[in-house]
Write a protein that binds this ligand. Structure first.
Ligand SMILES: NC(=O)CC[C@H](N)C(=O)O
Length: 304
């Protein structure tokens, strides 16, 4: 299996040229596009890996899955989806303008920035406590207590994230956000700056694939429902405005981040973590997409 993963990396390495490392968050621009890693964690506890699987990068939008998870545990399904929708969108992840349309009352889904700012706002905790709870949950489900956030990336996001700030205040004016917008954004920027590697992502994916089994408590939701919401939303919205094409070509519920990571969840089978920081025009890892496509074909994982 490790050999197959290495072969798949090499087969897709040329896709680096189709992408570009994100630099709208200046600190992300330092990543090396040639660093490519992959890891598969199955539900029996086996870990298969190849390439730069232990290269650290920031989790970015993949944290939206964990934000949604904790918001659901804290509030239950109905309260969360009063403030954010279930539906996919053909707008990019940082879209803002639809929030100002007369018939739009909430962000389309929790995987775009506006929707994720809502789920972060719904995570219980005052000030730092909100972030500490998100970090603790990631450490727990990745089974890695050393996971932490990257201060430089956090500061870089905080000082340049004006559009996210605009969304936060817009949604406050729409009555969707309770509490202090700046402190919610601060938590959002920090959660995006949490550093992981491909192994961590595969383990988080495996946790979800195993019906989210292993938490001490599930608060206002049961874990079967929690899992189907996470997996359903990842399949329809996880790759932003590329989600449907991705479903056709890969067919694995996945979430990407502009740090270059993709996390895949194959229910009852495995979690997958891929890293490749060069991004395509939708903000998804260009090599990561190729690797997921090949993995899906070779291991017959396409759900559809
Ligand atoms: N797509 C992403 O990974 C976006 C996350 C990034 N922190 C942002 O808010 O722009």
């Amino acid at each position: 299996m490790d050999n197959l993963l290495m072969e798949i990396i090499e087969r897709n390495r040329n896709l680096v040229r189709n992408g570009k490392v994100a630099d709208y968050i200046p600190a992300l621009g330092k990543a090396n596009p040639e660093d490519i890693g992959v890891c598969v964690a199955d539900l029996e506890g086996n870990i298969y890996k190849a390439g730069k699987y232990n290269k650290k990068f920031t989790i970015q939008s993949i944290s939206k899955v964990i934000g949604l998870m904790l918001a659901l545990i804290d509030n239950g399904q109905d309260r969360v989806f009063e403030k954010v929708g279930y539906e996919g969108t053909d707008e990019p992840f940082n879209t803002l303008y639809k929030l100002d349309l007369p018939h739009v009352f909430k962000p389309a889904n929790p995987m775009i920035n506006s929707g994720a700012i809502i789920t972060t706002s719904l995570v219980k905790g005052n000030g730092e406590e909100k972030f500490e709870r998100i970090l603790a949950l990631i450490r727990k489900i990745a089974d890695n207590p050393s996971i932490d956030y990257n201060h430089e990336v956090y500061m870089s996001e905080k000082s340049t994230g004006h559009k996210n700030r605009a969304m936060g205040y817009m949604m406050k004016s729409m009555g969707l956000i309770n509490g202090d917008v700046e402190s919610i954004l601060d938590c959002y920027f920090k959660q995006c700056s949490i550093e992981v590697d491909a192994v961590d992502l595969s383990k988080i994916g495996a946790f979800i694939a195993n019906n989210c089994k292993g938490l001490d408590a599930y608060g206002k939701i049961d874990r079967e429902k929690l899992t189907s919401i996470l997996v359903g939303i990842m399949s329809t919205c996880g790759m932003y405005n590329f989600s449907s094409r991705y479903a056709v070509e890969v067919g694995i519920p996945s979430k990407s981040g502009v740090g270059g990571g993709i996390m895949g969840v194959v229910k009852s089978k495995m979690g997958i973590g891929v890293y490749g920081p060069a991004l395509d025009e939708n903000g998804n890892s260009s090599v990561g997409y190729g690797i997921m496509k090949d993995l899906s074909r070779e291991l017959k994982l396409n759900l559809f």
